[in-house]
Design a protein around this ligand. Structure first.
Ligand code: ZN
Length: 310
């Protein structure tokens, strides 16, 4: 039984335009850009990280902006909705703000007794805010959203699956417990987590598999404290029959990846060493940071990556 997983670590999605993506997450949603780097496996593409002030695991939304990428076609085998936590009573503020910022797809909903507000990102990204009463995380307030309304971090992700059973078994093996069912949605929760504690599994038996593109979630990462915990989780998951990558150094965390039975790509990422590893905490996300293996490309990348003006 795995008990080292502490909730979500980050969610990584794809976008079309870096500047539009940056404006949406910083100006509209009020998150802090905590890292501007490149996709370590395709360094001519940015990897942008938006989070609370420190890049705390469980708050980190990241994007690969591929210029000219086609929009993804939603389907099964992917995260359909990424849900952020906001304080109780703040959805009215967000409805007004989204109207001012021309945000699309805005609609109220209720799930498991909680009030939510759906909306779309610039590429049709499936996003939502949900009001929570028990979230003590300190928000980033540097972009014009005050502490009474600001996003605290992730609350949950909802995965679309043709069948939820094998994914549910995997979540149980990862330490999640099932907390209820509402319609076609099964809710799972981790105990002792980082407040990004919930995973919802949505059954969509008639839906075809997703075609990923701009606006699609590429993978979802779960948090473990350190490399020792990660190795223990890796060993336990291998014993359940999962095929898992070796440990990969992502500079700000160590990562392992595996394709789950439901088709969703999972990552297990360490809380160490964090985003202040290579720049001052007061200036996170401002300069283009490159991993040592790509530092020789710096002048080329600085000339060819789309400029991002805040
Ligand atoms: Zn990742």
């Amino acid at each position: 039984m795995i008990d080292q997983i502490k909730g979500l670590h980050h969610v990584t999605a794809m976008a079309r335009d870096a500047q539009t993506n940056n404006r949406f997450y910083t100006h509209t949603l009020g998150l802090r850009r905590v890292k501007k780097t490149v996709n370590f496996d395709a360094p001519d593409v940015y990897h942008l990280y938006y989070a609370d002030g420190a890049g705390t695991p469980g708050t980190v939304m990241t994007y690969f902006p591929f210029p000219n990428a086609a929009r993804g076609r939603p389907g099964t085998g992917e995260v359909g909705t990424t849900v952020f936590s906001v304080p109780e009573g703040s959805l009215g503020f967000w409805e007004k703000r989204f109207a001012e910022h021309d945000v699309t797809g805005v609609a109220r909903y209720d799930r498991f007794g909680e009030s939510g507000l759906r909306f779309e990102g610039p590429d049709g990204d499936g996003l939502a805010l949900v009001e929570t009463v028990d979230d003590a995380r300190a928000p980033w307030t540097g972009n014009g959203v005050d502490a009474d309304h600001a996003i605290r971090g992730f609350r949950s992700v909802a995965m679309r699956l043709q069948d939820t059973e094998r994914q549910a078994e995997l979540l149980a093996a990862m330490g999640y417990t099932e907390h209820g069912k509402e319609g076609a949605v099964r809710r799972f929760r981790i105990h002792g987590g980082n407040d990004a504690n919930i995973v919802d599994l949505e059954a969509h038996p008639m839906m075809t598999h997703a075609q990923q593109g701009a606006g699609s979630v590429h993978h979802v990462a779960f948090a473990v404290e350190d490399r020792a915990a990660q190795l223990a989780v890796r060993k336990a998951l291998l014993e359940t029959g999962q095929q898992i990558t070796p440990v990969i150094d992502r500079d700000y965390f160590w990562a392992i990846y595996f394709r789950t039975p439901g088709g969703v790509l999972f990552e297990i990422a360490t809380n160490e060493p964090g985003f202040a590893r290579d720049e001052d905490a007061a200036h996170l996300g401002e300069a283009l940071k490159l991993p040592s293996q790509h530092e020789h490309l710096r002048s080329y990348l600085e000339q060819n990556l789309q400029p991002i003006t805040d």
